[in-house]
Design a protein around this ligand. Structure first.
Ligand code: G
Ligand code: G
Ligand code: MN
Ligand code: NA
Length: 249
């Protein structure tokens, strides 16, 4: 169909856009400073305003284009992250989303290594985000690949943690570094308390960092801080924006 051709053409001509959303660290004094950015793929401005970014990613997954899309986004993100870094003294981490099927593709670690070499972005400042659901299948190959990426110095975040299907035992054995807590967990600020208690306990037990995403209100920001979690992301702090328009706090 035309829409798939349009996506394939956009990938081939490197015409997809990448937006960046800050991940902030809250100081003891309550001030927020950007310590990382998450890259999020977008259609170019004038194309397909009716298809959401989620729809774009799904379209790529369903039409065997996700590996090519992932490679392009990683390349564009690493290139543009240098420009963001030029405007800020603190070293920034770059987070990039990866779909399960990309991990099953051939030589994923080699692809990543080649892009890092080409763009000069350091492996130690790259975080790959894989969803809880994509990691749930206890595949030895995926586990070996994640370990290989970590041996390169890359960190792994479990994305949408708490929203999908995963078992605690899986988190315990997974080669990962960061839990990115799904925004749904803080949607109901009452129910959030026991959930955040449980999540911070798991993170402490397995020596994982915690980032809460989807922080939209001052109340949610205070809730997160109240649980001793100092890393968050959400519209309350900043929306995803093109690199050139991003103002890093
Ligand atoms: O913020 P946003 O609407 O961009 O994201 C929609 C969904 O698409 C989220 O689940 C997000 O993780 C995913 N996503 C955004 N960019 C990418 C990307 O470059 N690769 C993959 N695999 N997923 C992405
Ligand atoms: O699956 P992942 O966590 O990568 O998806 C991130 C998605 O969440 C992107 O679509 C991004 O635009 C969106 N997002 C970022 N901040 C917020 C927020 O505060 N609220 C909501 N509802 N979505 C957010
Ligand atoms: Mn993500
Ligand atoms: Na997420």
């Amino acid at each position: 169909p035309a829409i798939v051709d349009s996506l394939r053409h956009a990938i081939e001509t490197r015409a997809l856009a990448v937006f960046f959303q800050p991940i902030v660290r809250i100081s003891d004094r309550g001030t927020a400073e950007a310590v990382a950015v998450e890259a999020l793929v977008r259609w170019p401005a004038t194309l397909h305003p009716d298809i959401t970014p989620e729809g774009l990613v799904r379209l790529a997954e369903d039409n065997d284009l996700i590996s090519d899309l992932g490679r392009l986004v990683l390349d564009l993100a690493c290139t543009q992250a240098h420009q963001l870094q030029a405007n800020i003294a603190r070293p920034l981490d770059l987070h990039v989303n990866v779909s399960g099927p990309e991990l099953n593709g051939h030589a994923y670690a080699d692809i990543v290594a080649a892009i890092l070499a080409r763009t000069g972005w350091p492996a130690e400042r790259l975080v790959l985000e894989v969803t809880e659901t994509d990691l749930a299948a206890d595949s030895r190959d995926a586990t070996r690949l994640l370990a290989q990426l970590r041996d390169m110095g890359i960190r792994i975040a479990v994305d949408d943690f708490g929203s999908g299907y995963s078992t605690l035992s899986r988190v315990a054995t997974l080669p990962c570094d960061i839990l990115k807590v799904d925004g749904a967990i803080i949607a109901d600020t009452e129910a959030a308390h026991p959930l955040l208690n449980a999540i911070t306990a798991i993170a402490a037990a397995f020596d994982l960092e915690v980032i809460v995403e989807g922080v939209e209100t001052r109340e949610q920001a205070a809730l997160v801080a109240g649980h001793g979690i100092d890393l968050s992301q959400g519209y309350f702090y900043a929306r995803p924006q093109p690199a050139l328009e991003l103002r890093l706090l």
